[in-house]
Design a protein around this ligand. Structure first.
Ligand SMILES: *Cc1c(COP(=O)(O)O)cnc(C)c1O
Length: 392
C-alpha cells in the first residue's frame, strides 16, 4: 500500500478519517460476477502519473473514460463481435449520435436508409441539419447502387439491417464494398442481430452500433448502447468524440448488461424458435396479408438474410389484409392480453405497436403492426393473437 493510503493511521480528526479511509481495493475475492466499481475521480500517487488521456488503455484516469466495470462490458462486447474496441454509450440513440458527431462536420453529406430507426432520422433532419450537415435518405434495398449517391463530401453511410418496422434486409457487404472504393466510412445499426447474428466486421463495416437496451440487457430494465469499431482509425475518430461529449455510463447498468451477456445465447435461441412459430402461424391466417420476418420469404431482402445472417431475432411486423382500417387494427392491438403495448423490444415480455401516423409506411400504415415475441410459451401467444384477431 502506498504512503498515501497510510493516512488512516495518522492522528486525524474523525471527519477527515471518514474521507480518507475508503481506499481499500479488494484482493483475494474472486467472484464470478463483476464488481460494480463506482468512481468519478481516480487518484494518482504522483503528479507525473496524472495523465488525462482517454487512449491510455492500461490505466484509469477519470471515471468518464472508464471504470473497471464499464471497461469490462466494452471488452466483453469487443471479444464477442471481434472488434478493435467497443465504446459503451448511455443508450442506443446516444451511440448513434456519437458516431454522427465523430464523422460529420458542417458541409458533410451523410446517407441513411429510409427504413432507419425513427429517432435517428429525426436526429439527421433536426440536429445534424442545424449544424449544416446534409442527411440524404436512400432506398434500403439499393445495394451496390449506393455508389451513384456517394459525393466528394460524403463522410458517412449508415446501414440498418433489417430496417426498423418495415424489416428490409440490406446488402451490407455490397454497400460497404462500394463505400470502400470511395474511402467513405460505413456504420451499421446492428441492434437486431445483437451484435452476433450478423458479423458486421467480416462484412466490411467500419463501425457497428447496437442498443444494448434490447437483447444484451434483455429484461427491459436498462438503457445502454455500444459503438464497436473495426480499426485504429475508427477508434481514434470515435474515441475523440466520446471524450468530448462526456458519454458517461452507469457502472450499475454495465454490471447488469454483463449479466445479460451470460444468458444472451440461450435467450436468442429460444426467442428465434418462438418467434418463428408465431410468425408462421400468422402467415397462415386469412386476416394477415404479409408477414415481414427476415427468415420468411415475403420479407424484402430475405435472400440476403439467408446469405449473411446466422439466425433471426424476436421482432417482426405483419400487414393486415387490405380491408382492415386503422380502427380495426387498433381494436386488434387493444384486444391483446399477453402482448403488451409498448416501444422497444428484446426483453422477456411480448410487445405490440402500431404506427398509424408514420408517413413512410404510406398505404400500409393503417394495417401494419409490429410484434416482439418474448419468453412466454408460443402456444399461449398464438391463442392471444387468435382471440384478438377474432374480436377485432
Ligand atoms: C431501440 C433502438 C435504438 C435506440 O436505443 P435506446 O437504447 O432506446 O436509445 C437504436 N436503434 C435501433 C434499431 C433500436 O431498435
Amino acid at each position: 500500500m502506498s504512503a498515501r493510503n497510510d493516512l488512516t493511521q495518522a492522528r486525524l480528526h474523525w471527519r477527515t478519517r471518514l474521507i480518507a479511509a475508503n481506499l481499500h481495493p479488494p484482493s483475494g475475492f474472486h467472484a464470478l460476477a463483476p464488481a460494480v466499481h463506482r468512481g468519478s475521480t481516480v487518484v494518482f500517487d504522483r503528479l507525473a502519473e496524472a495523465v488525462d488521456d482517454w487512449q491510455q488503455k492500461d490505466r484509469y484516469t477519470y471515471g468518464l473514460y472508464g471504470t473497471p466495470t464499464t471497461l469490462e462490458l466494452g471488452l466483453r462486447i469487443a471479444a464477442l463481435d471481434q472488434s478493435y474496441h467497443c465504446f459503451v454509450a448511455p443508450g442506443g440513440q446516444a451511440a448513434l449520435a456519437l458516431v454522427n458527431l465523430a464523422y460529420c462536420r458542417a458541409g458533410s453529406h451523410v446517407l441513411i436508409p429510409e427504413s432507419a430507426y425513427g429517432p435517428t432520422v429525426e436526429m439527421g433532419e433536426d440536429l445534424l441539419g442545424g449544424l449544416g450537415i446534409h442527411v440524404e435518405r436512400y432506398h434500403p434495398l439499393i445495394g451496390a447502387g449506393i455508389v451513384a449517391m456517394i459525393r466528394p463530401d460524403t463522410s458517412l453511410i449508415w446501414c440498418e439491417s433489417p430496417g426498423s418496422i418495415t424489416m428490409e434486409v440490406q446488402d451490407v457487404p455490397a454497400i460497404a464494398a462500394a463505400a470502400r472504393t470511395r474511402g467513405v466510412a460505413v456504420a451499421l445499426d446492428n441492434t437486431y442481430a445483437a451484435g452476433v447474428l450478423f458479423d458486421a466486421f467480416a462484412h466490411g463495416v467500419d463501425i457497428s452500433v447496437q442498443a444494448l437496451t434490447k437483447y444484451v440487457g434483455g429484461h427491459s430494465d436498462l438503457l445502454l448502447g455500444a459503438v464497436s469499431v473495426a480499426h485504429e482509425g475508427a477508434y481514434a475518430a470515435v474515441g475523440r468524440a466520446y471524450r468530448l461529449m462526456g458519454m458517461a455510463v452507469s457502472p450499475d447498468d454495465c454490471a447488469m448488461a454483463i449479466r445479460g451477456l451470460q444468458t444472451l445465447g440461450v435467450r436468442l435461441d429460444r426467442l428465434e424458435q418462438s418467434t418463428l412459430e408465431v410468425a408462421r402461424w400468422l402467415q397462415a391466417r386469412p386476416e394477415v396479408a404479409t408477414v415481414l420476418h427476415p427468415a420468411l420469404p415475403d420479407c424484402p431482402g430475405h435472400a440476403i438474410w439467408t446469405r449473411d445472417f446466422t439466425g433471426s431475432a424476436s421482432v417482426f411486423s405483419i400487414v393486415l389484409a387490405d380491408d382492415w382500417t386503422a380502427e380495426r387494427t387498433a381494436r386488434f392491438v387493444d384486444g391483446l392480453r399477453l402482448f403488451r403495448i409498448g416501444f422497444s423490444w428484446g426483453g422477456a415480455t411480448s410487445l405490440v405497436m402500431a404506427y398509424p401516423d408514420l408517413a413512410r409506411l404510406d398505404g400500409r400504415r393503417e394495417r401494419l403492426v409490429r410484434l416482439n415475441v418474448g419468453l412466454e410459451e408460443p402456444v399461449d401467444l398464438i391463442e392471444d393473437l387468435g382471440q384478438a384477431l377474432e374480436r377485432a
